[in-house]
Unconditional design. Structure first.
Lengths: 331, 475
């Protein structure tokens, strides 16, 4: 494995981390439209908290996908063709959710608005859930042939471990969204988000313990990298403790940052466990390795230069746009 | 039904639908940016209201463009995994750069533009729509760089050990002449689309006789942009045609329905009866010399037919791809697509000139020529047909290759995806796109139906909320 290959494996992880941190609260806010918000003006306010941002947040996913194609096409080809129907459902969820905000604002009737609110809420829910399922199933291991093609059965995609993974990611996103709503709104909405977060955090603890147990039995993470895996799992629990403390002591920033970091921690957990593979095969000999999956050194070198020059510039205006809309949204 | 035909159908369907909204968004971004610039320069509120009103259509189009774009990126891996493996070294780079450079720029600044009306000075706010607009154009550049490699592979080698295409020169990939012929044509086509959609919708607005000043001004701005863009798109189309004769003669011969060589001087067939089975043209109505003018800007010269080119291609590729390859491209589709494009180009120019004349200051001719407003209104839809026709020529004319001379379409498809999966995804996309298409049309009509009244009647310092209750709330 070359340094560049290693760097790009990390960079893909960074891009997915950015995606889950940012789109994580977008998904949570999306689900809140039909759960947390109870009146028309509250729903307006909830949507406004992510109005200027959700599109740019989703670009992190598109960039992660593009970067995967540009650095590890064998990974991209195997993953995307192998998880065909899950990705199809994710696309439907992202599409319905993506158009919902704009379409809702042009509706004349309560029924029309209601439809697109459900599209946003369910789209957010399924996108979060299915991404959780996809990545859990991916690290559990898939029937992959020597060519790198997956030919799997229903239970390879949908099993106890992947379902728990899906629920855990959904819950993490939902709480991250509630924490974002606490930061960005005022009044009843802000208080209700706080009130709802309290019991849900206890549910999350239970989910994390269950996930850790299943991780132990379903993957080779604890066999191959016991120490690092344990540290990351403990970090996940500690971050959740911090977020919970932020909820009970009403420190909004603390809960938001902690819930975001716990999503990143999950990405780190997966990537740490994957390493030095990019795809885990049931038959270990067919696992796709970083060293075999990548593009030529020329392309990796080129992409490194481009990514390292454009990312900082992008981050400047990206962060600036959040600063511009720092103000809370009243309902 | 085979995996291959279903995957090809899906690519055609998703790309065509996505490319309704791509040129519309690129074009509308430019039109809106120009309107807002006029506001900044002339300080006339009417231009600001124009930018906000047409911005509503732009935002609708942008939303659908974004979500259908994600399908495109995922599709290469989902349906065309062998293509992704073969081409990843070259194709992935422009795709990733497009996201890093263009998508972040578009999406961030469109957010600032949408929600920033009350937070920034007019000049800075106007810069946001320009940055969005430039972002959409940069995006077009990178995706066309990727497409151009598939049409005309340059700056690569085939790795003998892996059999994959490998980039040897990024500069060559970017300098690909195909890209620099294709990009301006596509961009001008997008500007035509954006401006004629505004012009057409403004014409519908004028038919209702509400806010005539607003719609006449909109018409003027859009038709000026539309006329210039039409000249650009026709001019660049001409340049591109002469390039294609040299680089992809099969594609060109098919757009002219030529099986036998034309001989010199070459006549241009306006319509032909094409027999694709027996590779011959039964009859045609021709204009003498015009094909030579089109091809070489001369009055003489032979244009090679598909039969001769087919033999050449067999001689060139049989060693690598075998004798059973079919190099004839879908001739009827290409032939008629070219005519749709050419006729649209002529119509756009004519209509823009007439429209600007009818709409000239001090004359109310435009209000009285209702037939012309109807013609303009119908023109809202014509650019989409022309854009699609153009891509039919570009993409189908590449048959049987996905990457010209390197990889056949049949070898590019995912081997492990089942017919059932592809059938399901085709049905899902079809339903989704039909739904989205209908909603888009209904909502665009609705935006037009309510008109700019809420903007025109609002106080100058009233806050502007893009998701606001405004015109669409009747409770």
């Amino acid at each position: 494995m070359s340094n560049l290959q290693f760097l790009w494996f990390i960079l893909i992880g960074v891009l997915f981390s950015g995606f889950f941190f940012l789109e994580g609260f977008d998904f949570g806010v999306g689900m809140s439209i039909k759960t947390l918000a109870q009146t028309r003006s509250e729903r307006d306010a909830v949507i406004h908290t992510i109005g200027p941002h959700w599109d740019a947040n989703e670009v992190w996913l598109i960039t992660a996908g593009g970067a995967m194609f540009a650095s590890f096409p064998m990974w991209y080809a195997s993953l995307f063709s192998g998880f065909y129907l899950i990705l199809l459902l994710i696309l439907v969820a992202l599409i319905m959710r993506g158009v919902s905000f704009e379409f809702r604002s042009r509706m004349e009737s309560e029924r029309g608005r209601n439809f697109w609110e459900w599209a946003a809420a369910l789209g957010s829910f399924f996108a979060a859930f299915l991404f959780g399922m996809l990545f859990t199933a991916m690290v559990k291991g898939m029937p992959i042939n020597a060519h790198g093609d997956i030919s799997a059965h229903f239970t390879d995609y949908v099993n106890l471990f992947s379902l728990v993974g899906g629920v855990a990611v959904t819950l993490l996103c939902y709480l991250h969204g509630l924490n974002f709503v606490r930061l960005k709104t005022t009044g009843a909405l802000r208080e209700r988000a706080l009130k709802w977060a309290k019991p849900l955090y206890w549910l999350l603890f239970a989910g994390e313990v269950l996930f850790a147990i299943l991780l132990f039995f379903s993957t080779d993470f604890f066999d191959k990298k016991p120490i690092s895996t344990l540290i990351i799992v403990v970090a996940l629990v500690l971050l959740t403790v911090l977020a919970t403390w932020g909820v009970y002591s009403n420190h909004e920033w603390l809960s938001f940052i902690s819930s975001g970091l716990s999503l990143i921690d999950v990405v780190i957990l997966l990537f740490n466990g994957l390493f030095p593979r990019v795809m885990v095969a049931n038959n270990a000999a067919n696992s796709i390795l970083i060293k075999n999956a990548s593009n030529s050194p020329y392309t990796l070198h080129l992409m490194t230069i481009i990514a390292l020059t454009t990312l900082p510039i992008m981050l400047i205006y990206f962060i600036w746009s959040y600063w511009v809309f720092y103000k809370r949204v009243a309902s | 039904m085979s995996i291959l035909s279903l995957a090809r159908f899906q690519f055609a369907m998703t790309t065509v639908f996505h490319f309704f909204f791509v040129p519309l968004s690129i074009g509308l971004a430019l039109v809106v940016a120009i309107m807002e610039t006029l506001y900044v320069i002339k300080k006339d509120q009417l231009y600001k209201h124009m930018a906000q009103f047409w911005g509503r259509i732009f935002l609708l189009s942008f939303a659908v463009g974004v979500v259908t774009g994600i399908i495109q990126e995922f599709q290469f891996g989902m349906n065309w995994s062998e293509y992704s493996r073969f081409m990843g070294d070259i194709f992935g780079a422009p795709l990733a750069i497009e996201a890093l450079v263009a998508f972040f720029m578009e999406s961030t600044f469109i957010g600032l533009w949408m929600f920033g009306w009350d937070r920034f000075s007019a000049g800075i706010h106007c810069a946001f729509i320009w940055l969005t607009s430039i972002g959409t154009m940069i995006s077009a550049m990178w995706i066309l760089a990727a497409n151009s490699f598939m049409q005309n592979p340059v700056g690569f080698m085939i790795n003998a050990k892996t059999g994959r295409a490998q980039m040897t020169s990024f500069a060559a990939v970017i300098k690909n002449p195909q890209l620099w012929y294709e990009l301006p044509h596509v961009l001008f086509g997008a500007f035509v689309t954006g401006s004629f959609v505004v012009a057409g919708m403004a014409a519908f607005g004028l038919l209702k006789k509400r806010n005539p000043e607003f719609f006449r001004k909109s018409l003027k701005v859009s038709l000026i942009i539309g006329l210039l863009a039409t000249i650009g798109v026709v001019g660049m189309g001409d340049v591109q045609t002469r390039y294609i004769i040299k680089e992809q003669p099969m594609k060109f011969a098919a757009t002219e329905g030529l099986y036998k060589d034309s001989g010199s001087p070459a006549a241009w067939a306006i319509v032909s009866g094409i027999d694709t089975k027996n590779h011959k043209t039964n009859w045609s109505i021709e204009m003498p010399y015009v094909l030579d003018i089109l091809s070489y800007h001369k009055l003489s010269g032979n244009v090679k037919g598909q039969n001769a080119i087919n033999k050449e291609l067999h001689a060139k590729y049989d060693k690598k791809f075998g004798k059973n390859m079919n190099y004839y491209v879908p001739t009827k589709t290409l032939f008629w697509s070219f005519r749709v494009m050419a006729i649209s180009g002529g119509l756009f120019a004519l209509i823009a000139i007439i429209g600007l004349f009818f709409n000239r200051a001090g004359s109310d001719l435009i209000m009285r020529q209702r037939w012309f407003l109807w013609v303009l209104g119908i023109c809202t839809f014509l650019p989409f047909a022309a854009n699609t026709a153009g891509w039919f020529i570009t993409e189908l004319g590449r048959y049987p290759w996905v990457v010209y001379g390197l990889l056949t379409i049949a070898d590019a498809v995912s081997p492990n995806v089942s017919v059932a999966s592809l059938l399901i995804s085709n049905i899902v996309y079809f339903c989704l796109f039909s739904g989205l298409g209908i909603v888009m049309i209904v909502l665009s009509k609705r935006v037009l139906h309510y008109g700019p009244d809420d903007l025109l009647q609002a106080k100058d310092d009233a806050p502007y909320d893009p998701y606001g209750k405004g015109a669409f709330d009747h409770e």
